[in-house]
Design a binder for this molecule. Structure first.
Ligand SMILES: Cc1ncc(COP(=O)(O)O)c(C=O)c1O
Length: 347
């Protein structure tokens, strides 16, 4: 018997572990993806150029400053591999770092700087290591899994210093969700000629994680290095590109999604407080919850028994649990499940 197609989480599961946006894709994106599927026999080179032109126009850049990839992970991974062949890569201890794992797999070294008090990124410590034979510095802002945002003036000043010695890679996967996306972005530093690479993705606020489109903005030599080392812009799909192009300027959809994320975050903050828990202030679509004496893996397992999927622990940060914002009904299920999970684990 033919198996049914499975396009998303199984029926009844509240999937809240990957920071996706379940209000997406936007209607415009869905229409474009459907339309493009009729021309799926053709390679999508013209759409790659079109998306790059749109990004270039918005940020007053040249298309040579941009490369498109299958999710930002792909371009970030190639870049990490290139840089790790030159010298170690410096990053923070608690961060999203899948791409750095690939650099380590080919023999690269990754230096991890401890987070400061309250789990924030220790910029001063990263700055001092950047002068010591590292090829690049990798920072996620706002950071994942903490959701914390760096002060944009401090970050900008620090990048200007660090970029004299190393390529500074800023992952802005969640930039659009912050309070002031333009102020918080470091793309202007690329425009001003600094040795900075900024990554962005259509997987988060745009709600196109399944379509796998992301990009990096950097100086042309960095872009060429990414393309020449494997990405080549040949691994992106026509459907993904069509969806990305159609939703790039869909302000109504982005505004709606952001308002839903904010509403969900308010619900979660209230829900955890009423259960005696605390959390970090998040500028993203996820919240890092301090479970106190409870182990985050045990908490995840209890939640899963109730068909709610959240993240387990990160490294040695045993009592920290990340919850992604989702549809409000799923968030309500998470909130209702907190006291039940806590009671089981404290019994
Ligand atoms: C900070 C950060 N960067 C990049 C990614 C990967 O995104 P993409 O789907 O664009 O590969 C994620 C995914 O969770 C992320 O949290």
């Amino acid at each position: 018997m033919a198996q049914p197609m499975v396009y998303g989480p199984r029926e009844g599961l509240a999937q809240l572990h990957w920071n996706e946006n379940y209000y997406g894709p936007s209607e415009l994106a869905i229409k474009a993806i459907k339309e493009s599927s009729h021309k799926g026999a053709y390679y999508p080179d013209l759409l790659v150029n079109r998306l790059k032109a749109m990004i270039a126009e918005r940020h007053d850049l040249d298309t040579q400053n941009i490369t498109i990839s299958a999710g930002s992970t792909q371009a970030l991974s190639y870049l990490a591999q290139v840089k790790s062949r030159e010298n170690p890569i410096a990053t923070t201890q608690l961060t999203w770092d899948s791409h750095l794992g690939y650099a380590q797999n080919i023999g690269g070294t990754v230096i991890r700087i401890d987070n400061g008090d309250n789990l924030e990124i220790n910029l001063k410590a990263i700055e001092s290591i950047s002068a010591k034979n590292v090829s690049s510095v990798s920072i996620v802002n706002p950071n994942n899994p903490t959701g914390l945002l760096l002060d944009s003036n401090e970050l900008r000043a620090s990048i200007i210093n660090m970029s004299k010695n190393a390529l500074v890679i800023i992952d802005e996967a969640y930039n659009e969700i912050t309070n002031k996306p333009d102020d918080n972005s470091m793309i202007d530093l690329v425009r001003d000629g600094y040795n900075v690479a900024v990554s962005r993705t259509f997987s988060k606020i745009y709600g196109l994680a399944g379509e796998r489109i992301g990009y990096i903005i950097a100086q042309p030599d960095v872009i060429d290095a990414i393309k020449n080392n494997g990405s080549g812009e040949f691994s992106v799909s026509m459907g993904g590109l069509a969806g990305a192009i159609a939703s790039y300027n869909d302000e109504a959809f982005l505004k709606f999604s952001k308002s839903m994320i904010l509403e969900a975050k308010e619900m979660v903050y209230e829900g955890i407080a009423s259960n005696g828990l605390t959390a970090l202030p998040s500028e993203t679509n996820f919240i890092f919850v301090n479970l106190g004496d409870i182990d985050a893996n045990d908490f995840r397992d209890e939640m899963l028994k109730m068909n709610i999927l959240i993240r387990g622990k990160y490294g040695d940060f045993n009592q920290w649990s990340r919850i992604s914002m989702g549809k409000l009904e799923d968030i309500q299920r998470y909130i209702d499940a907190i006291p039940i999970a806590l009671e089981q684990l404290r019994a």
